[in-house]
Design a protein around this ligand. Structure first.
Ligand code: UDP
Length: 342
């Protein structure tokens, strides 16, 4: 029997990784996940456990022996393991820098030993304070001062990109870098600060929605199904090798409008499923940044990707609208509540 191509997903029990594992198994790949369950959750991948081609290793990518073993058995690595979420990053900068830089170095070193292709997940954070919208992959980058800890995340991911490009050049391994913009979908937790799961949770629980600052800052939110399609397609593409590619939605919305949209969608489509709540709050509260985050925080006013490059190279573009994405997450969220109440 022909051996299946095996993909190793680091951080595969996380929000994006678990959706990616699902997609790759559906496409006929064998999948190994390594995850230390620091921000990932076993529940995210529990439904995949009984599939013959699925393997789950609970460990950190910092454990070189284990990492070496899983890399030796795979054909492609998709490196998603990282410290994520603005909240975590601001609160634990040492952990962020170490996990991101040292972790990626270990993954690349193992890839060199076994001559394996690596996809590195980077982030739109690397565009820093850029105000030349939309962000293009070869734009110059301006970060804030080192005394503001938020920027350590961007800097650590930039080092990851430099490392990957240098390993590709000096050690001759195939790599590609994906700069993921704000991604949303079922299973994403608001625990680490992400705005969409937080607003949806607040709206469905009858709590006021917490807009930080004046809400004029904007983002583009991509459904995770679109994000994993992009990752899967890039992993299969020979043309994408050596490239840095933006992955994101281009549908821009201010955070204030997002709060209103979440409330509108809830009232239009989901209010009848929330009868148990005595009162559905429509309240939006504005919280100054100094109160929302500990000091050292600077927000980004706008963040919009230029996605023409990935479109040209692998023919990818998003399919989900923001409205559809919010409806999908609300649906999943309510289904989960019903299950929890059983
Ligand atoms: N935000 C907000 N209320 C929240 C959480 C976040 O207004 O409860 C804002 C946050 O300040 C930022 C935007 O929403 O301007 C997106 O935040 P997130 O942490 O989701 O992503 P990132 O800042 O990395 O784009």
């Amino acid at each position: 029997m022909e051996r299946k191509t095996r993909v190793l997903i680091t951080g595969g029990a996380g929000f994006i990784g678990s959706h990616l594992a699902e997609l790759l198994l559906k496409k006929g790949y064998a999948v190994t996940i390594i995850d230390d369950l620091s921000t990932g959750k076993f529940a995210n991948i529990a439904h995949l456990q009984n599939q013959a081609d699925f393997q789950f290793v609970i460990d950190s990518i910092m454990n070189e022996m284990v990492l070496d073993r899983v890399v030796s058995m795979c054909d492609v690595i998709i490196h998603l393991a990282a410290a994520v979420g603005v909240k975590l990053i601001v609160e634990k900068p040492v952990h962020t820098i170490e996990t991101n830089v040292v972790g990626t170095m270990k993954v690349l070193q193992a890839a060199v030993r076994y001559r394996v292709k690596v996809l590195i997940a980077s982030t739109s954070e690397v565009y820093g304070k850029g105000n030349h919208i939309p962000f293009k992959e070869d734009d110059d980058v301006v970060l804030g001062p080192t005394t503001r800890s938020r920027w350590s995340y961007a800097a650590s991911k930039m080092i990851d990109e430099f490392l990957a490009l240098s390993y590709a050049h000096e050690k001759d391994i195939p790599i590609a870098i994906l700069r993921l913009f704000n991604t949303i979908g079922p299973r994403q937790t608001g625990q680490y600060g992400m705005v969409v799961p937080r607003f949806i949770h607040q709206a469905l629980s009858g709590e006021p929605l917490t807009v930080y600052g004046d809400g004029s800052q904007s983002r583009c939110f991509l459904h995770v199904n679109d994000a994993v399609q992009a990752i899967g397609t890039v992993a299969e593409s020979a043309q994408a090798i050596g490239e840095v590619l933006n992955v994101g939605s281009t549908e821009e919305i201010t955070i204030k409008d997002l709060a209103n949209l979440v409330l509108t969608i809830r009232d239009q489509h989901f209010a009848h499923r929330l009868k148990k709540l005595a009162r559905l709050s429509n309240e939006i509260v504005y919280i100054p940044y100094e109160e929302a985050y500990i000091s050292g925080f600077e927000d980004m006013q706008r963040r919009v990707p230029d996605i023409s490059k990935i479109g040209k190279i692998v023919g990818w573009k998003p399919k989900w609208t923001l409205r559809q994405s919010i409806e999908d997450i609300m649906n999943a969220n309510l289904a989960e509540r019903v299950q929890d109440n059983r």
